[in-house]
Write a protein that binds this ligand. Sequence first.
Ligand SMILES: Nc1ncnc2c1ncn2[C@@H]1O[C@H](COP(=O)(O)OP(=O)(O)OP(=O)(O)O)[C@@H](O)[C@H]1O
Ligand SMILES: [Mg+2]
Length: 224
Amino acid sequence: MTEEAIPMWIEDSVLHIGAEATAISGSWMGREAVLKKREPRAYRHPSLDRKLTRQRLAAEARVIARLQDLDFPSPLLLDVDAEGGWILISRIDGVPLYDALQNGDAGLKEIHKFGELIRKLHENDIAHGDLTTHNVIIDEHGNLTLIDFGLARIAPEIEQLGLDLQVLNECLTASHYNFESAVETMVDGYLSADSGNSSAISNLSAKEVVERFNAIRGRVRYHA
Ligand SMILES: Nc1ncnc2c1ncn2[C@@H]1O[C@H](COP(=O)(O)OP(=O)(O)OP(=O)(O)O)[C@@H](O)[C@H]1O
Ligand SMILES: [Mg+2]
């Protein structure tokens, strides 16, 4: 699969080479876009690899399309070819929250907002699956946009919702320990955004999810 085969795509520069995908910046029909290409993994059996690639990309596209319908701050789906192993999404202006927290351009206020945004995602019946500060982009006005839905789940169980908070807890404690009350602030934000009117099938309250998070956190501590 070469880039030339992707219709109307003009490649600019490589943004990120990840474990599973390469993210490339460019333009598509005159708009700023990002191409995420899944590279074949030599350590996996080729037919299993193709199947996994197809499934993950299709899942990512479904989640992004759904968020788009909900006006949730996430990239727009422009094009996808699950067989070809790529997805084209709109490019979000800004920097990863990770960087902004490291260089002091963001702080507890933004962490609180991140917690609110996660609650909004959960109320729309989606678990993210990889909630780190690398997967949220902050723009110059302080607006947050969530990205990277490659591991997201529609209609998740409470455990997956609790795990979203646990993954972020681990990220905040490992990378942003200079913000002492980061985890507490994120949880406060999560609880404060409980609309009491979730459209999720499970209809779990923010409090119930936080209780599950605390149980997972206790489990991890116990085994550490
Ligand atoms: N829509 C976008 N707008 C701006 N930057 C983006 C966008 N999508 C991805 N990026 C940049 O590319 C990086 C990698 O993208 P992403 O997180 O989606 O992939 P990944 O972590 O490699 O994927 P996966 O977890 O599926 O292996 C992001 O951290 C971000 O810096
Ligand atoms: Mg990522």
